[in-house]
Structure formats: structure tokens, C-alpha cells
Design a protein around this ligand. Structure first.
Ligand SMILES: C[S@@+](CC[C@H](N)C(=O)[O-])C[C@H]1O[C@@H](n2cnc3c(N)ncnc32)[C@H](O)[C@@H]1O
Length: 174
């Protein structure tokens, strides 16, 4: 066990060093390898999701969702309501074929009536917003960030205009 842990750590360190070298010295190769890795992973997940659906097995991981959208042929616009630091928005952009993802979150400090462990001081909300913008920037026009509540954003979306909406329970009536 300890032996395989040592090897795992050594391999991770070597991968990290190689990655940093390529990123700094050969950025085009680095970007190409990243795209290839993503493509392979997308195909593997796609196969897993398709097999599970064929066997009537449940999808056990929320990471399967973006791939499911792709398998279902959904290529229109989608939205994530409640984005936090953009982790799941990025997953959707990476593994689905949605043409546009709207990431909606006010990133503001809620008062005491909002019961969510992720509620934070305004300065932290500002940092989360900046981090999300940076994180989703590589997706260009496919990513649109709306710094507002779902209620404020709703009028901008016509009925039936979205193929997919992802909402993690938001304990507020905003
Ligand atoms: C549990 S976190 C979201 C986690 C994220 N969906 C993920 O999977 O990583 C809840 C987020 O909802 C946002 N939020 C709360 N009320 C909202 C509202 N009315 N409209 C949009 N976002 C809201 C909060 O600012 C917070 O960032």
C-alpha cells in the first residue's frame, strides 16, 4: 500500500512537472494535449452514460448530467441558477454540446433569512464572481454570466427558450 502510494505521488509529481514545462515552453502543444484529453474523457463518459441508459441503470454522478445532454442531442441554450464558483458551469460547458450556457448568480451577501452554508461576506462574493469570470472566460461566447437573482434574470428568457436548467435548491424567495 505504502509502496503504491509512493509511486502514485511520484507519478503525479512527474505529470505536474511535465505539465508546467509544456504550459510555459510549448503552450500550443499543451493546449492540444488538453483538448485531446478532454475529447477522450468525453467519449469515455459518453459510452458509460449510454451503457447505463441502455441497461436501465441510474446515473449515479452529477458529472454524468452534461454528457447526458449531449447524448440526448440537446444543443440549444441552457442555464445554471446558483453558480457559486463556477465549478459545475465549467463542467457543463466542457462536456455538453449546449450552444450557450447562462450562469446566473447575484454573488451578493444575503441577510440572515438566507440559510445556506455558502452565504459569505460581500468581499468573498466579489472574489467568487471574479474567479468564475476567469474560469469561464476560455469558453468565449458560449458562456454568459448574469450577476443577478433568478427572479431578476427570468424576464430575459422567453418561455421554452432553454433546453436545460440546473438549479441546486436555493433557500430564498429572490
Ligand atoms: C449551493 S450554491 C450553488 C452551487 C453550484 N450550483 C454548484 O453546483 O457548484 C448556491 C448559490 O446560489 C446563489 N443564489 C442564491 N439565491 C439565488 C437566486 N435567487 N438566484 C440565483 N442564485 C442564487 C448563491 O449566491 C450561491 O452562490
Amino acid at each position: 500500500m505504502a509502496h503504491s502510494d509512493t509511486w502514485k505521488r511520484k507519478r503525479e509529481r512527474a505529470e505536474h512537472t511535465l505539465n508546467a514545462f509544456l504550459k510555459n515552453r510549448l503552450p500550443f502543444l499543451h493546449a492540444g494535449m488538453r483538448a485531446l484529453r478532454l475529447c477522450v474523457r468525453k467519449q469515455l463518459w459518453r459510452r458509460e452514460v449510454t451503457n447505463r441508459l441502455r441497461r436501465n441503470q441510474p446515473l449515479t454522478n452529477r458529472s454524468h448530467l452534461p454528457v447526458l445532454l449531449s447524448v440526448l442531442g440537446l444543443r440549444g441554450e441552457g442555464a445554471e441558477v446558483g453558480v457559486l464558483n463556477g465549478y459545475f458551469s465549467e463542467l457543463i460547458l466542457m462536456y455538453s454540446d449546449l450552444s450557450v450556457l447562462h450562469s446566473i448568480d447575484p454573488w451578493h451577501e444575503f441577510d440572515g433569512s438566507y440559510d445556506d452554508k455558502h452565504n459569505a461576506l460581500q468581499c468573498e462574493q466579489d472574489e467568487r464572481h471574479a474567479f468564475t469570470c476567469k474560469r469561464l472566460a476560455p469558453y468565449g461566447e458560449r458562456s454568459r454570466i448574469h450577476r443577478m437573482t433568478s427572479r431578476e434574470a427570468a424576464p430575459a428568457f422567453a418561455d421554452g427558450s432553454l433546453d436545460f436548467v440546473y438549479i441546486i435548491c436555493i433557500p430564498t424567495n429572490a
